[in-house]
Write a protein that binds this ligand. Structure first.
Ligand code: CA
Length: 233
């Protein structure tokens, strides 16, 4: 049952908006709609939605500005829906505070999958606030107080950078993090988006926390964009 969740759909293109709302209705999500950026911001204030689905190309303002406005007071998950396939637009939206993106044209199944990923993230966030010192995701466990990480109960031998990287991904589980966000938070601004080095550290970390036999790796690569830790079932 999804009907406790209220989703704000921001889309000026009526056929696309109808496709989204029909899908939401069929899957028992509640929703409200907005067809431009200023209505979207007003609705986000007055309805306090659980998720925002946001088209980037709006008639009155840029979707990235809508993200920045909403982020000034709210951490509500924002999934960007955009016809712009350029990677730079996705990065700009993610760096402004979006959680995930869908590129038009998208399938109904894709939309529902993104919603499920985001809702799992919401459930982790609420679990974490009640027991903040330990993070568990599938066979992975992080004991923040002890500064240790475990895989299937065995302690992982991580370098300080790998541990920092793992904690950052865990803190943002379910969310796509851009290369520049990760390098800024792990190494500071002096690293200036050193993607080649990040790739090397990520590869060694993944070797330690993933097995070749894993059907779904815990770290998802978004080519040219960044990485996301998946919430495992
Ligand atoms: Ca549009």
């Amino acid at each position: 049952m999804n009907n406790n969740y209220n989703i704000l759909v921001v889309e000026d293109d009526a056929p696309v908006r109808n496709l989204i709302t029909t899908t939401l209705k069929a899957n028992e999500y509640k929703f409200i709609t907005a067809a431009n950026g200023s209505d979207a911001i007003m609705s986000a204030v007055s309805h306090n939605p659980d998720i925002v689905l946001l088209d980037l190309g709006l008639p009155d303002m840029d979707g990235v500005d809508v993200i920045e406005k909403i982020r000034s007071w709210s951490n509500v998950p924002i999934i960007v829906i955009s016809a712009r396939s350029e990677i730079s637009d996705k990065i700009e939206a993610l760096d402004a505070g979006a959680d995930d993106y869908l590129t038009k044209p998208f399938s109904v199944e894709e939309l529902l999958a993104r919603l499920r990923v985001t809702l799992r993230r919401l459930s982790v966030v609420s679990e974490q606030s009640s027991s903040a010192s330990v993070f568990e995701n599938g066979s992975l466990k992080i004991d923040y107080a002890a500064g240790c990480a475990y895989l299937n109960g065995d302690e992982l031998h991580l370098t300080p950078i790998e541990y920092k990287l793992l904690c950052l991904m865990a803190k943002n589980v379910g969310k796509v993090l851009t290369h520049s966000y990760i390098t800024r938070n792990v190494w500071g601004t002096s690293w200036n988006n050193d993607v080649a080095s990040l790739r090397v550290f990520m590869a060694t970390l993944r070797k330690k926390i993933e097995k070749a036999s894993d059907t779904t790796p815990i770290i998802q690569t978004h080519i040219g964009v960044g990485y996301r830790m998946m919430k495992m079932e």
